[in-house]
Design a protein around this ligand. Structure first.
Ligand SMILES: Cc1cc2nc3c(=O)[nH]c(=O)nc-3n(C[C@H](O)[C@H](O)[C@H](O)COP(=O)(O)O)c2cc1C
Length: 177
């Protein structure tokens, strides 16, 4: 049994959350965090659980235009390959995604600004809808991880991401998926 944490990240926050989730999953099954621009069909086909996440841009999933603005204001510390990330995001991946086996399990997450969801919006809503539409079986409710106050995740959010990964691992094992 394997898990794949598929993510999109311009500034590294969603990448750090994805890696923490994979770390939490590792207690129950081998888990790998992979950027959406690099993922292969084989990696998706080989996993029993797919965890899919991205940053919230303009209240929902990012688009090429919002990724371009993010790249435009990139700080010197940004670590991503902007060319790849601007063109391929979770939204584009979802438009062609399909389960490798009937009802392959999946679950969504996002990162977003600190604050009430009514004000921030959340990308995980659209990711969940995309996964359902594509035919994945939703293992659990989606989760949001908050950035800030300030530009980065507080360590407690990464610890929560690892705990959530652990819970997902136990859930899918208990269900014998
Ligand atoms: C163009 C753009 C639009 C954004 N819009 C929102 C938003 O509507 N709501 C929100 O909570 N955060 C918003 N954010 C903040 C990001 O969701 C947040 O910084 C996220 O963690 C970035 O993830 P990354 O570091 O993986 O790229 C926006 C960021 C950018 C660059």
């Amino acid at each position: 049994m394997k898990a794949l944490v598929l993510y999109e990240s311009m500034y590294g926050n969603t990448r750090r959350v994805a890696e923490a989730i994979a770390h939490g999953l590792d207690d129950t099954m081998p888990a790998l965090a992979v950027p959406v621009s690099d993922v292969t069909e084989e990696q998706v086909a080989e996993c029993e659980l797919l965890v899919v996440g991205g940053p919230t841009h303009v209240h929902g999933m990012s688009r090429p235009s919002t990724r371009r603005s993010a790249a435009g204001v990139a700080s010197a510390t940004a670590e991503v390959d902007f060319g790849a990330q601007v063109n391929v995001g979770i939204r584009e991946w979802l438009s062609a995604a399909h389960p490798a086996v009937p009802a392959q399990s999946a679950v969504a997450f996002d990162t977003r600004n600190h604050g009430p969801v009514l004000i921030t919006g959340r990308a995980s809503k659209g990711i969940t809808e995309g996964l359902r539409r594509a035919g994945f079986r939703l293992l659990a409710k989606s989760e949001s991880f908050e950035v800030g106050p300030g530009p980065s995740l507080v360590p407690e959010e990464l610890e929560r991401a690892a705990r959530w990964g652990g819970e997902l691992g136990r859930l899918i094992k208990d269900r014998g998926a």
